[in-house]
Design a protein around this ligand. Structure first.
Ligand SMILES: Nc1ncnc2c1ncn2[C@@H]1O[C@H](COP(=O)(O)OP(=O)(O)OP(=O)(O)O)[C@@H](O)[C@H]1O
Length: 240
């Protein structure tokens, strides 16, 4: 496995609030890497910097040895934000066609990409339905399909399963495993422990610091505890 993302000395403040404080981290090609932390820990801010949406005050992010932000890198990144950016009055297909045109996909590629993405998230039976009539889970899955259209090497998902019932959550994680098997590198933020367990490696983020980074099993073993929640508290110096 080779390193896909290298983060060195990353820091960012909003006004006087230091949100990210000296982050160092590496993400390997082909892994599902999780960012685990409570609300406000800095997960979204960090993935926005990695995705080239925000710029850091200090430090750097390299993706395949190329410095972020970079226009050419954008073509190889799929980004699914925390809230769905969909046109409510358009159908699922029309939303994806619009996104595919932004990615610059030609007519033939576009048709194939849309079909494959819809199959991946199991929405083929709903292509012509207007998005405002979709359930919350269907909207999340359509957003996921949208982030896959250009077949990115790196998929960044900011809390992809928030507000989604357990069955759909399972199905999204199954999709992520399939994408990983196809060679995609996946970076996912979560504050849900059972999702964190499903990641190959995890960085635990607290108050803008990475307090630990390893395989879920190893994180528990290091702290001699049986759950990630207890490991998180132990790494943070809390009594559990
Ligand atoms: N544009 C902004 N302007 C000012 N402060 C911000 C901005 N974006 C984020 N913050 C602050 O930065 C901190 C980290 O926010 P961030 O959204 O990265 O956390 P998070 O770990 O993703 O939380 P959540 O799980 O709730 O999404 C918070 O204190 C938040 O209020």
């Amino acid at each position: 496995m080779s390193t896909m993302i290298k983060i060195q000395g990353l820091a960012l403040s909003f006004s006087n609030e230091k949100v990210l404080k000296d982050i160092d981290m590496q993400i390997e090609e082909g892994e599902i890497f999780g960012l685990l932390g409570p609300s406000g820990a800095g997960k979204t801010t960090l993935v926005k910097i990695i995705g080239g949406i925000l710029e850091a005050d200090k430090g750097e992010v390299l993706i395949n040895q190329q410095k972020v932000p970079s226009l050419s890198l954008m073509k190889s990144i799929g980004y699914m934000a925390q809230s769905d950016a969909l046109y409510q009055e358009l159908s699922a297909k029309e939303n994806l066609e619009f996104l595919a045109s932004i990615y610059g996909l030609g007519k033939k590629d576009r048709k194939k990409a849309i079909l494959e993405a819809l199959q991946m998230v199991d929405l083929t039976d709903h292509v012509n339905k207007i998005v405002q009539n979709f359930s919350g889970g269907m909207k999340r899955r359509l957003s996921l399909a949208g982030s896959l259209l250009h077949n990115p090497d790196l998929l960044i998902l900011d809390e992809p399963t928030v507000g989604i019932d357990p069955m759909l959550r399972q199905s999204i994680w199954k999709d992520l495993q399939t994408l990983k098997e196809q060679g995609m590198t996946i970076l996912v933020t979560t504050h849900v422990m059972d999702e964190a367990e499903k990641c190959d490696r995890l960085a635990m983020l607290r108050d803008g610091y990475v307090i630990a980074c390893d395989r879920p099993e190893q994180l528990k073993k290091n702290q001699e505890v049986d759950t990630l929640e207890k490991a998180f508290l132990a790494y943070g110096g809390d009594e559990s």
